[in-house]
Write a protein that binds this ligand. Structure first.
Ligand SMILES: Nc1nc2c(c(=O)[nH]1)N[C@H]1C(S)=C(S)[C@@H](COP(=O)(O)OP(=O)(O)OC[C@H]3O[C@@H](n4cnc5c(=O)[nH]c(N)nc54)[C@H](O)[C@@H]3O)O[C@H]1N2
Ligand SMILES: Nc1nc2c(c(=O)[nH]1)N[C@H]1C(S)=C(S)[C@@H](COP(=O)(O)OP(=O)(O)OC[C@H]3O[C@@H](n4cnc5c(=O)[nH]c(N)nc54)[C@H](O)[C@@H]3O)O[C@H]1N2
Ligand code: SF4
Ligand SMILES: [Mo]
Length: 765
């Protein structure tokens, strides 16, 4: 504890703020002197994280101070970047983008929204305004590299992707965890700080954690049981469980029975998948599968939870669906200790019950991949840029994304980015993606912007509301992220707005929201006057005004005077550690939005897809299957420039089982040549029996050896990009989601020892 704590000298300050780096939403206590961070520790008074912090939480100090962070807008001419004013930057953007839109149409401009957008209040609230102003179908995001299969299965089953069933981990007795490693990732689609503590508590109350993963991960080591599974075969395993539940009369749908549609169909399709039939495919003995089904059915409260490993594979949507089918068949959906639907403070009342599924309303131009929840799969991006013809992408805007490293067949996308006529990036770094931009617009450091986890409280294991004001004022001449997005909206619009464009677009955004809300009979402000509501919000601007509005009309809100004790932004401002709104409560009837008004247990698109599974074949035995790996001190592609997170031994290593190393002629200290259909890389190896024989793993987000980047620290720890190997043509057929796990590769020893010191990659000729 600093000796100044408690007292406030003129320049010393203690601030409380939610960490914006991952889904866990830990509370930080930040000690600052003038504009410098002196110290960061966990906020013990945060009702959710109670002082928990991972190493990345501390790294916010280095992130804020990083000299490589871009601080002025820049325009590129050839290889050279020139700092310019914001005015000049937006003038250039308009000058270059409008003619493209006028000549080729709106779809000629593509956008990629990267992962940190979801951790950014301005990005979450104003991204949609920008996308609406642009009106392009070519919208891509990190979702199709990640969780869109889960969202799509929820859209089919429950009628909206906004309601995902979240594990009520604090009250369960049995957690079957598939393809997730929360002790490293800190949890995903399960917002909960201190996963280790929560798993320990589960075990201390007599509960069990079972992990299904082709790797004995840190989480697997903490589990009561771990079973290896052959990558990409989870759907067989899940159907084996479902088969057993029916076969041995273990189903108990309980209170949900009247709400379920399609039970018989599930029973019928599971008939072909007895544990004995599918055991060889997934590599888990039939008896074990039957026992797990029994335990799930018999545990007082149980959860099946799947994450990255189940989504980013050939049967991502099927897995996401079958996981919830099991939760329903065992009576664990929407009940304490099972999987539940959060009730976030910013939730708006539904205007109508039934919705149309947002799927296949249009398709991508080249491979005809279906639209999924308003976007197209990012695996299609490179071909949409490269293939000429009507509808070709001519301009590209990246916001908070590094697709040049993150997408499968990244080399192809890098080549494609060289071909776009004009590219804008909104980003904090000059990196592998933004080096291709013509205009780079820098964003504030996390400590220079306010924060509220509007996305993650939708996925949280408790209902929480925590607002963090900025720790530092915006530096002179720095635009906030939301202002950048509104100026971009202005720059792509047919008519620009004279005067303060940011203010006009900002007013448009809030007025549209209020207009919608006062027309909704279920809203607490139904038929109220727009001008009156605008007046009641007049003291706030930007994200704060929108957030205040959402909180005030939300389920705990003060409803613009109708419920004076309720929530508003002022209430949160007076509670700097955040407010705990309690554990999750059953609410299925409130959230169901399917046209039938029921839970669709057997959506026809997914049922039909099961025939694809039947015909899927085991891979060629000469090939190994490559899976991904996360590391506690990484965050996808973008924190490798912080010394505290890259110090120590090289982590970009190929993990390989001793038998396979032997088979490939590899021994300790060697380097492997890894080849896939798409590309090849050379990478140092780590031999370990923590990985299933036949499987190898690599982390993603590395590969900082490209020219033209400004990442002094990362360039010294470049690693190698595993997406040189992943295949953009191989996707989950239903959602178009990328397959980042279970990629067939061949491995041999690199003979030329002179190259051992650094990882390198190349495309096959
Ligand atoms: N092989 C393989 N590939 C993968 C994965 C895998 O497991 N294996 N994982 C996939 C997953 S789950 C994801 S989510 C994607 C992530 O991939 P991306 O969506 O590309 O996201 P990041 O790699 O996190 O890059 C984030 C970018 O945003 C910038 N940035 C950081 N904060 C901000 C901010 O506040 N505002 C703005 N405007 N910019 C900011 C950073 O400088 C960086 O350029 O990668 C995917 N790729
Ligand atoms: N430290 C750190 N934390 C992060 C991130 C990070 O890069 N670093 N990224 C964040 C992001 S964007 C996300 S989306 C989350 C992801 O959060 P998680 O899903 O918890 O993290 P992963 O480590 O990707 O876990 C996927 C697991 O699936 C296993 N797996 C691979 N293939 C298969 C398969 O076919 N079947 C099964 N059953 N398992 C398989 C892998 O071995 C791995 O252990 O993490 C977030 N948190
Ligand atoms: S677990 Fe996530 S939210 Fe918590 S300190 Fe680490 S990076 Fe930040
Ligand atoms: Mo992700």
């Amino acid at each position: 504890m600093g000796k100044n704590e408690g007292k406030t000298t003129s320049s010393f300050k203690i601030s409380y703020r939610t960490c914006p780096l991952c889904e866990a939403t830990c509370g930080l206590e930040i000690h600052t002197q003038d504009r410098e961070v002196v110290h960061i520790k966990g906020d013990k008074n945060d009702p959710f994280s109670r002082g928990y912090l991972c190493p990345k939480g501390f790294s916010v100090k280095e992130l804020h101070a990083d000299p490589d962070r871009i601080r002025k807008p820049m325009i590129r001419q050839g290889e050279n970047w020139r700092e310019v004013s914001w005015e000049e930057a937006f003038k250039e953007i308009r000058k270059r983008l409008r003619p493209i839109i006028e000549e080729y149409g709106k779809d000629a401009v593509a956008v990629y929204l990267g992962n940190p957008t979801v951790h950014n209040l301005g990005g979450m609230l104003y991204g949609p305004t920008f996308l609406r102003a642009l009106g392009s179908k070519n919208i891509f995001s990190a979702s199709t590299l990640d969780q869109i299969p889960k969202q799509l299965s929820a859209e089919f089953m429950f009628g909206s992707d906004a309601n995902l069933p979240i594990p009520d981990i604090d009250h369960t007795d049995y957690l079957l965890m598939i393809g997730a490693n929360p002790l490293t990732s800190n949890g995903s689609l399960m917002t909960a700080p201190n996963m280790r503590g929560r798993i320990k508590a589960l075990q201390e109350r007599g509960g069990k954690l079972i992990v299904i993963d082709p790797v004995r991960t840190v989480t697997a080591k903490q589990a009561n049981e771990h079973h290896f599974i052959r990558p990409g075969t989870d759907a067989f395993f899940l159907l084996g469980i479902i088969h057993t539940l029916f076969d041995e009369n273990l189903t108990k749908t309980g209170e949900l029975a009247d709400l379920i549609h399609g039970l018989e169909e599930i029973e019928k399709l599971s008939k072909d998948f007895s544990p004995e039939d599918i055991s060889a495919e997934c590599g888990i003995p039939a008896l074990k599968i039957r026992r797990l089904a029994h335990e799930l059915a018999k545990a007082p409260k149980a959860i099946v939870y799947g994450r990255m490993g189940t989504c980013t594979q050939l049967f991502g949507t099927m897995n996401s669906w079958l996981i919830d089918v099991i939760n329903i068949l065992t009576g664990n959906l929407d009940r304490k200790g099972g999987v539940m639907f959060p009730n976030p403070a910013t939730r708006r009342a539904l205007s109508k019950k039934a919705r149309h599924v947002r799927y296949k309303r249009y398709e991508s131009r080249i491979r005809k991949s279906p639209e999924v929840l308003g976007e197209l799969p990012v695996s299609c991006l490179a071909e949409e840029i490269e293939e000429p013809g009507p509808g070709q992408i001519k301009a590209f805007i990246s916001v908070a994304g590094n697709p040049a490293l993150s997408v499968p067949n990244s080399s192809k996308l890098q080549d494609a980015l060289d071909q776009v006529e004009f590219m804008v990036s909104v980003d904090s770094y000059l990196n592998e993606t933004t080096r291709h931009a013509h205009v780079l617009l820098p964003v504030p450091s996390p400590l220079e912007r306010s924060h509220y986890d509007i996305a993650f409280y939708n996925l949280s294991i408790r209902n929480i509301a925590h607002y963090s004001p900025r720790v530092f004022e915006l530096p002179q001449g720095q635009m906030d992220e939301w202002e950048i997005l509104l100026h971009l909206a202005n720059a792509v619009s047919p008519e620009t707005i004279a005067g303060d464009a940011g203010k006009v677009w900002n007013d448009l955004t809030i007025k549209e929201l209020i207009r919608h809300e006062v027309k909704n009979p279920n809203s607490p402000i139904y038929e109220r006057d727009l001008t009156e509501i605008m007046g009641l919000l007049k003291d706030r601007v930007g994200p704060e005004r929108l957030l205040d509005f959402y909180l005030r009309v939300g389920p705990y809100g003060e409803h613009f005077g109708k419920n004076p004790a309720g929530l508003s932004l002022s209430v949160l401002e007076a509670a700097p550690h955040g407010i705990d709104l309690g554990p999750l409560q059953p609410r299925i009837k409130e959230i169901l939005q399917t046209p039938s008004g029921k839970i669709e247990l057997a959506p026809s698109i997914l049922v039909e897809d099961v025939s694809r599974l039947k015909f899927s074949k085991s891979n060629n035995s000469e090939e190994l299957l490559l899976v991904g790996r996360r590391d506690l001190r990484s965050n996808n592609s973008w924190l490798h420039n912080l010394p505290v997170l890259v110090k120590g031994e090289d982590r970009c290593l190929l993990f390989i089982h001793p038998n396979d190393a032997n088979g490939c002629g590899l021994s300790k200290g060697d380097k492997a040549l890894v080849q896939s259909r798409i590309g090849q890389i050379e990478v140092p190896i780590h031999i370990t029996d923590d990985i299933m024989p036949g499987v190898v793993s690599l982390p993603h987000g590395w590969g900082h050896s490209l020219s033209g980047i400004r990442l002094q620290v990362a360039s010294k720890h470049p690693g190698i990009n595993m997406n040189i190997l992943t295949d953009e043509q191989v996707v989950d057929k239903i959602s178009g989601n990328a397959v980042l796990n279970g990629v067939p590769v061949k491995i041999e020893k690199v003979q030329n020892l002179q190259t051992v010191s650094s990882a390198s990659g190349s495309e096959p000729k």
